[in-house]
Structure formats: C-alpha cells, structure tokens
Design a binder for this molecule. Sequence first.
Ligand code: GLU
Length: 310
Amino acid sequence: MRSGKDSGPDPADGGRQARLPYCGRFAPSPTGTLHFGSLVAALASYADARAAAGRWLVRIENLDPPREVPGSADRILRALEAFGFAWDGPVLYQSERSTLYREVCEDLKRQGLAYVCSCSRKQIAARAPSGIEGPIYPGSCRRAGLVDRTGRALRLLTQEQAIDFDDRIQGPLRQRVQSEFGDFVIRRADGPFAYQLAVVVDDWQQGVNQVVRGCDLLHSSTRQIHLQRCLGAPRPGYAHLPLVLDRQGRKLSKSSADQPLDPANPLPALRAAWGFLDQPDPPAQIERLDEFWDWALANWTLARIRRTPD
Ligand code: GLU
C-alpha cells in the first residue's frame, strides 16, 4: 500500500478512471425492503453502467448488525431480480470482509495516518463546532498516542488542503476535509468498521470506477477521496442523484412505509423512477420488462438529470 503522505496535489484520478472499462455498483444497506428511492439509485447506476457496456455489481452493506433487518438482504435481491436487474458476479457482503478492513486499518495506523480516539460522544459534543454532518472533531486525541483497545475508535488523520471533484450531475465541489468534517471515524468505538472505510476499500478492491448514488452521500465523497489518497487507491467518477423525498420533505428510508414497491408489477414503478430521473417517456406500447430495459438502455442520458438546487 502506498503512503498517502506523498499524494500531493489532486491527481484527478476521476478522469483516468473514466477511460477504463466501466464498472458500477449498487450498494444497499439491508435495513428494510427496496423502496422507490432505492429503485431510483439502482436504476440509474444500472442504466449508466449497461448503456456504457459496463459491469454492474451488487454489494450488501451490512456492517452494522443491530441495524440489519433479518431477511432484508434477500428481499432486496429478490426485488432487484423481479425488476429485471441482472448483476455481474457474486453479491458481496461487507459482513464477510472484516479481515480485510482490519488489515487496512492496521496499515493506516502503522503509517501514522490513523489514530486511536477515546473521546465519548458527550466530550466531543462539548468541544466540537458543528459542521454540515454533525460535530467537527477537534483532533483532541491526535497526538495522544493511545493504545488500541475495545471501546476506542479509530480516526483517519485529515488534511487542511482542499479536495476538488467534479460530480457528473451536481458539478464541481470543493471541501476542506479537516476543517469541514474533522478527522473522521473509520472504526467505531463499539466495534463495527465505518461506512466511509468499507465503501472505499470495497470500491477499490472490486474495481468500481463509477459511483452513481443518492445525493445524501455527496458530502461523503471528499472524505472518501481523502481515504483513497491515503491508500493509493484510484478515484472513481461520481454522479449524485436527486433524492426522492416523502411528503414531509425527508429522504425515503427503507424502513419507512412510503411508496412500497410491487415486485409482481414492476413496470409502473420503473416508469416512475425513469421519469423521476428526467428521462423521456418510454413508448406507451412497452408492456414487458425486457422491452422496457431494451428501450431504456438505448435511451439513457445521464446529462438530462437535473442538478439538486443548493
Ligand atoms: N449503503 C448506502 C445506502 O444504502 C449506499 C452507499 C453508497 O452508495 O456509497 O444508502
């Protein structure tokens, strides 16, 4: 693994990655059933990959056992099949990858890029200014040299240097990870590896070079790019989709009862998801799933998707 200390100015990996054969993915967390919002993310990531003659992987992000709803991963996979999605290779389960995540954490610690933190939520809340995604960790344990043990978190050392990237839908974004988010958790104090760590390691190891996902993760991208640099991993291209909101203006969650999907009757939901993504109406005579997909993959245009207003 290459040290991130010499990563220097932005290597603009996104451009290089875009010239490789396309590899995309859909990475649901198994916290409920597939709902309309996740159908939109699945559809966009699938159409974008297949329209580019690329690969499309499915990864179940089940890092957090207490949040996992039993049977949910299988229900999501069966629903994807019923909606006509066909993924490449076996489904990857993050719960089976702890050894790899642990090795990556050990490497980062050895290189001085990650450190042990014993701060409680309460201590952080008392000292930390609030940022766009909660408290900005003030680095209290950065130089404490604490021993790694149960009950302590692992944080990634961040830098003040700005990170820029150009989202294919949302346009350019520039953030300073240290002052806007702070040194962030890569392994939680209660044990599980953090989403930010696992998503970067898996996208890298699986060869994913295009990430298409909901806009709720737009602000995670700069932390993920920072971690990619620390690991010497290439940067994928990013496209963040507009979010499907419920009547109260909240993001749909898999556990919410809003807009349940009927896998026995997939076309109306697929048409609605297609329309939500600003794609032109499929011809009215399309009645079968295979006809929809043939037409959709020939007509997919990511550039039509509207940017989410600030
Ligand atoms: N597992 C995340 C979710 O279900 C998606 C992660 C990603 O696409 O990077 O919202």
